[in-house]
Design a protein around this ligand. Structure first.
Ligand code: ASP
Length: 352
């Protein structure tokens, strides 16, 4: 029968193939062994791959909207670091959940130095806010170093009747339930600042979350929201152009960029202090040689007078050299987690 004939042919064919395979086996083995030796000699061992790093563009993931404060610092650093690294550092904005979407993405990226993250205090506040955080800030990353600290400013829409902080507090008390506050989601520094402000005045505001404070600022400028607490890296030009009401700075002392503006603490909110810090991270397990290259590029960028001038212009302050290191970032992050977790828990703010 045709069918069984075909089957026999197939059987014979496969038997032949098996015999041929057995006959070839020693040769194949030797050829493979030779190939293996050649591969070992020519293919880059992990250490050599790290030495050659980077051979292609690097992606710097930014957790908030383009044009906002984190993005501004990221783009300044990406451009400067690419000069030292000899490859472009491409900024990618991955938005959502107060910065945790980006952090989760980088935590799970290949640990090869081609995907890195820039993030702020949100790295330290997220564990207290999210009970199902899909990454562990201290163990799921390799640390590159800290970059710069940025003060925040408490602003109101330009047509808000209150002109000073005490007037703002009185206005909020008179309009309970009607005043809203924009932020960049739970885990954003705007949310942290807003949370501390509400706690300090003992009144709850309606939070309006955005994917970053760039769109939140657009809403404030358009009087669609009432209050926003945001970094000087974005707010200074609007303050100088008199497009917003300024109620104070969030640092413990006055800042160079706004010497005549009182701190919130000075104006009555005792102990009020938020300073935004930025760190650069890689996925955990990134080879030390790669981290060295990234850290060298970070430190060189921070020595670049053009970078220093740009950051100073935006009210940012480059961190001291001991913080520009992997260990400087790791120990700082740990201390910030320890500082903010009990405060957030006591405030009863939760994302889930
Ligand atoms: N300033 C924002 C924050 O509140 C983030 C941003 O858009 O850069 O965290």
């Amino acid at each position: 029968m045709a069918g069984s004939k075909q089957q026999r042919h197939r059987q014979a064919g496969s038997e032949y193939a098996a015999q041929a395979k057995r006959a070839q086996a020693p040769w194949r083995w030797m050829a493979l062994a030779a190939l293996g030796v050649a591969a070992a000699l020519t293919a880059p061992a992990p250490a050599r791959a790290a030495d050659a790093y980077p051979t292609r563009p690097i992606t710097m993931v930014v957790p908030f909207a383009a044009g906002g404060p984190t993005d501004v610092v990221a783009r300044t650093m990406a451009a400067a670091m690419s000069k030292t690294l000899g490859q472009s550092v491409v900024v990618e904005n991955r938005l959502g959940a107060g910065g945790t979407v980006s952090a989760a993405y980088v935590a799970k990226a290949a640990p090869d130095g081609y995907t890195i993250l820039i993030h702020h205090n949100g790295m330290a506040t997220a564990p207290a806010l999210y009970s199902k955080l899909p990454y562990k800030p201290l163990t799921d990353f390799s640390f590159v170093g800290q970059v710069a600290d940025v003060p925040m400013t408490l602003l109101g829409r330009h047509d808000l009747p209150a002109r000073t902080l005490p007037e703002l507090i009185a206005y909020i008390r008179q309009n309970q339930g009607k005043v809203n506050l924009a932020n960049a989601g739970l885990g954003a520094v705007s949310q942290l600042c807003g949370m501390l402000f509400q706690k300090a005045i003992g009144v709850e505001l309606t939070a309006i979350p955005y994917q970053g404070t760039a769109p939140a600022m657009t809403a404030l400028l358009g009087s669609q929201v009432d209050i926003l607490c945001d970094q000087t890296t974005q707010t200074l030009p609007h303050i100088k152009a008199d497009k917003v009401k300024l109620y104070g700075v969030t640092t413990s002392t006055r800042i160079k960029a706004l010497p005549d503006t009182a701190t919130l603490a000075e104006s009555g909110l005792k102990g009020f202090e938020v300073k935004v810090w930025h760190g650069i991270y890689a996925p955990h397990g990134t080879p030390p040689a790669v981290i060295d290259r990234l850290n060298g590029a970070l430190r060189t960028a921070l020595k670049d007078p053009a970078v220093a001038a740009r950051l100073a212009d935006l009210g940012a302050e480059i961190v001291p050299q001991d913080k520009q290191t992997p260990e400087g970032l790791r120990t700082w992050l740990q201390s910030e987690i320890e500082k903010w977790s009990p405060i957030i828990k006591a405030a009863g703010v939760k994302a889930d």
